[in-house]
Design a protein around this ligand. Sequence first.
Ligand SMILES: Nc1ncnc2c1ncn2[C@@H]1O[C@H](COP(=O)(O)OP(=O)(O)O)[C@@H](O)[C@H]1O
Ligand SMILES: CC(=O)OP(=O)(O)O
Ligand SMILES: [Mg+2]
Length: 400
Amino acid sequence: MKVLVINCGSSSIKYQLFEMTDESVLASGLVEKIGTDAAIIKQETPDREELVLTSEILDHRDGLNKVLSLLMSKEHGVIQSADEISAVGHRVVHGGEFFSESVVITSEVRQAIRKTIDLAPLHNPPNLLGIDAAQAQLSNAVHVAVFDTAFHQTMPDYAFMYPIPRVLYQKHRIRRYGFHGTSHKYVAQKAAEFLGRPLDELKLIIAHIGNGASLSAVEYGKSVDTSMGMTPLEGLMMGTRSGDIDPAIVPFVMAKEDLTLGEVQSMLNKHSGLLGVSGLSGDMREVTEAMFDGNPQAKLAIEMYVYRLRKMIGGYFAAINGADALIFTAGVGENASLIREKVCSGLSYLGIEINLEENSVRRKEERKISTPQSKIDVLVVPTNEELMIARDAKNLVSSH
Ligand SMILES: Nc1ncnc2c1ncn2[C@@H]1O[C@H](COP(=O)(O)OP(=O)(O)O)[C@@H](O)[C@H]1O
Ligand SMILES: CC(=O)OP(=O)(O)O
Ligand SMILES: [Mg+2]
């Protein structure tokens, strides 16, 4: 069975085509700069060179059309006909309180995703465009929605409520939802397998640190807290997002800098975090390089990133009264040994001790980086949100 996984951003489409009999990736790619006459399609297939095409792509439908043509083309294709695709798994960022698991997309499901646009104005509209485009062009496939928020629906109320007037929750569903749930769930399962223990006996703290970053506490298989909130802006310092700040800064900056609310939102989402502090980049590799070249702003950005992450990890250990393992995942978590080292070196009071040699190895598989004496296992577990989405889609097709 072949499953296409789609992740639509405002001007991009990320996709992966899986053969689910062995969970192999037949093709993966990215369409960028949708809405321009110089959109870029990059596609990788296992035994060919990466393909890069530039063309005019007006909208998501057009983009997806070109992706399908590419997947079926004589020269670069991996399938003969679109009918080979049995299911399409769509990443949907916000499922509000409607969804605690993945679902086959029906008109009711579409309605519910629409209703959460208010809560996720940056994410859900492009996700819906992707669903529309794919349903139009792959009308024989079963379409499945997989929500970033679903895994965190198990959070208790004292973790998900904000200390603001309760009527705002009742009227507008203002609460913490959390994101990256597909990744946190996948990583929790992988970690349990790696440790050789049942997930429902483990307490895990997971740091998903990529461009977006979030921490989760997974107790006996269930998410009981996570650092992102009503939107993916809350919590840790990220590549370009501020994470937690005093909310009073918003009206203050609007007044002092004569900015609109939209401009301040854009500042906090796109021009803050590593980028805002370093003044250079939101990419951890570039900021690290600049730090080693002696750039003081880059050094400060990394110190803040690590300090805030370590402080929150400590808080999560307190929140669930200790844990069996601390796990790093996503772009920074999987690759930046320096960040892992800096974070863990300040957690020795918890009995955490990492093996610097193990920590410096880069491998695309699960591994332990703590010493045998460490009271808590520290793991690196590569995440795979796309595979998790493909599995959910496959399972729902089978039961459909
Ligand atoms: N070798 C590396 N060393 C340090 N940081 C890295 C390395 N490789 C990737 N990263 C960082 O990972 C981040 C991207 O993470 P990723 O999980 O791919 O992001 P996204 O949230 O877009 O999926 C970037 O900040 C990038 O610099
Ligand atoms: C929800 C979210 O923050 O996603 P990403 O990390 O992909 O930006
Ligand atoms: Mg990612």
